[in-house]
Design a protein around this ligand. Structure first.
Ligand SMILES: Cc1cc2nc3c(=O)[nH]c(=O)nc-3n(C[C@H](O)[C@H](O)[C@H](O)COP(=O)(O)O)c2cc1C
Length: 176
């Protein structure tokens, strides 16, 4: 990495999906900071169509780990954030804008977690209808709200490493 790159770049480049966590719990204060980072993301027409559910109950996370595809890491996560979006509030009530906006909030949360020495992952809900219906039922989420993902969180064991994805072949200058 070039020597002139700052801490923000370091956080961006060090973020990785973390699926293994220690038993150390995350303070309520830090969890709130993560959600605040989510709410700092840009949204189309500044509509901020998102809602967040913070989960600290291990039983809930273990239950989800046993019921949702590709979510085993919820077994060892100490907290989780469900990022939801409300298409009724999004630009033009458009589902695509709603999802894009909540995606940006989610990435902010993942980057903020990395910057605090925490780890997280994106567990897909939308557009998997079965998963969306299951989580709506478990968490009492209204039909009009779309849960986009669950972000399991915790302090990483250190077993995950950054993947180098840089590929100069897919960069175009001036024209394709
Ligand atoms: C839209 C989306 C859905 C994903 N769904 C899952 C998932 O359900 N379970 C999971 O373990 N990881 C999931 N991931 C994480 C990806 O597997 C991961 O980001 C990818 O392998 C790249 O690794 P990195 O995040 O360490 O760079 C998802 C990521 C995105 C962006």
């Amino acid at each position: 990495m070039s020597e002139y790159l700052n801490d923000t770049f370091k956080t961006i480049h060090n973020r990785k999906t973390v699926r293994h966590f220690t038993e150390q719990t995350i303070s309520d204060e830090l969890l709130l900071e993560l959600v605040k980072a989510g709410m700092a993301a840009p949204t189309a027409l500044n509509t901020q169509p998102w809602e967040f559910i913070i989960i600290n109950d291990k039983n809930t996370m273990k239950k989800f780990a046993g019921s949702l595809q590709f979510s085993k890491m919820l077994d060892s996560a100490t907290s989780a954030i469900v990022v939801c979006t409300n298409p009724e509030k999004a630009n033009g009530k458009h589902m695509d804008f709603a999802v894009i906006d909540a995606t940006l909030a989610s990435e902010n949360i993942l980057l903020a977690a990395e910057s605090l020495g925490l780890g997280g992952a994106w567990v897909a809900l939308h557009p998997k209808d079965v998963a969306v219906t299951y989580i709506r039922g478990e968490l009492g989420i209204p039909e009009s709200i779309v849960p986009l993902n669950i972000i399991p969180l915790g302090y990483p064991t250190g077993s995950e490493h950054v993947k180098d994805k840089f590929n100069p072949d897919i960069i175009h200058y001036e024209k394709w």
